[in-house]
Design a protein around this ligand. Structure first.
Ligand code: 5AD
Ligand code: SF4
Ligand code: FES
Length: 362
């Protein structure tokens, strides 16, 4: 059987075993790759349509207590200048998003668990709710926290939470993090978030040192088992001031890019009604990377709203795009890119995934 025939067969019968998913993630024949992409794109049109929803991204602080070996803002990187946006700056960015009809914002930072930080995030959530009369959707992406903290922020008005599991291979997780970063604790947080009531987003990095197609296949099955609403995935890109700077054992950028697109397509086929982000990291490898992510099956874009003054301080990986462009420039640029591929922006809507809407009680 050719790769194309087997790909067709797997997708038609929806026989998504680990082995079959690993096969789809490692296709070599261009026709088979294109068949996977086209099937995913058709599934996207049938479930979430061709409207792209925006999540205005506010990277409000690069302070982090953790030390993930891959990340440019890890606590032990003494070269980064640390910043926290002021409450006024954060609310101004959110107001701009609201006026531009972005529908929702994401507050993202490194991971801190101090009471002061918990209060600050809560205050920002309330402030954003107030300034938009409750109309701006709020997603948080601020790491592992206690149940009570998650609850407080939820009650303040945040309704979505992003926490990437990074990889579901315990072995790989242990190689990418110091011993006190615990895989089980992270998965517990994901379950807690769902229990509290959030729409939950997770995801993984692709092309990590030693990561196999089978590892990624298991990641996809984990997303399904966890019953998540949102997925954000991107290629691993080495950062020069981290222990993984040399990228040894990682996929070369072009291969990580291709595999990241294949992951988007596979996730869209397995979980047709979730929201999938076309992440900025794709654009770090290819100029039109985010468009390609949309064509592979993604339907969410996170335009960066962070003030240019802070952007260089929030480099999780090297070659991050839009370092000198402000929110207004990215707005025009992204709209052009989206229209160029025949899609449109779903302005002024929260853009919840049909999956989230279909769950009883939400
Ligand atoms: N390359 C790609 N993605 C990275 N992230 C952190 N460091 C890197 C890197 N070097 C991702 C992680 C994290 C998200 C906010 O950014 O998946 O969850
Ligand atoms: Fe901190 Fe997140 Fe970077 Fe890990 S990936 S060091 S938790 S900002
Ligand atoms: Fe930021 Fe193009 S997306 S300038």
């Amino acid at each position: 059987m050719s790769e194309l025939e087997r790909t067709r067969h797997i997708l038609e019968t929806r026989d998504f075993s680990e082995q079959n998913l690993a096969f789809l993630l490692d296709l070599h024949e261009p026709q088979a790759q294109e068949h996977l992409r086209a099937t995913a794109y058709a599934a996207k049109l049938a479930t979430v349509g061709n409207q792209v929803y925006y999540r205005g991204l506010i990277e409000f602080s690069n302070r982090c207590a953790k030390n993930c070996y891959y990340c440019g803002i890890r606590a032990e990187n003494a070269e980064v200048e640390r910043y926290v946006m002021s409450a006024g700056e954060i609310l101004e960015a959110a107001r701009w998003a609201f006026e531009m009809d972005y529908g929702s914002v994401v507050l993202q930072s490194g991971e801190l668990s101090s009471p002061a930080n918990t209060d600050f995030v809560e205050e920002m959530v309330r402030g954003i709710k107030d300034l938009s009369g409750g109309r701006l959707g709020i997603t948080l992406s601020v790491g592992e926290q206690a149940e009570d903290t998650y609850r407080r922020w939820y009650e303040a008005g945040a309704h979505r939470y992003l926490l990437r599991v990074e990889t579901t291979s315990r072995e790989l997780y242990a190689r990418l993090h110091p011993a006190d970063h615990d895989f089980d604790a992270r998965v517990d947080c994901l379950r807690l978030l769902g229990k509290v009531g959030y729409q939950v987003g997770t995801g993984v990095m692709i092309g990590l040192p030693g990561q196999t197609p089978l590892d990624l296949a298991r990641d996809v099955l984990f997303f399904r088992e966890l019953d998540v609403d949102m997925i954000g995935m991107g290629p691993f890109l080495p950062h020069h001031q981290t222990p993984l700077a040399d990228g040894e054992g990682a996929l070369p950028p072009q291969d990580a890019f291709a595999r990241a697109l294949a992951m988007i397509s596979v996730v869209r086929c397995v979980l047709p009604d979730v929201n999938i982000a076309s992440t900025t990291a794709l654009q770090a490898i290819e100029h039109t990377g985010r468009e390609k992510g949309l064509l592979a099956g993604a339907n969410i874009i996170m335009p960066n709203l962070t003030h240019t003054r802070y952007r260089t301080g929030y480099q999780l990986y090297d070659n991050k795009p839009c370092m000198d462009e402000n929110a207004q420039m990215c707005r025009g640029c992204l709209e052009g890119r989206i229209q160029a591929i025949g899609e449109s922006v779903g302005y002024g809507q929260w853009g919840d995934s049909p999956h989230a809407g279909s769950r009883p009680g939400t």
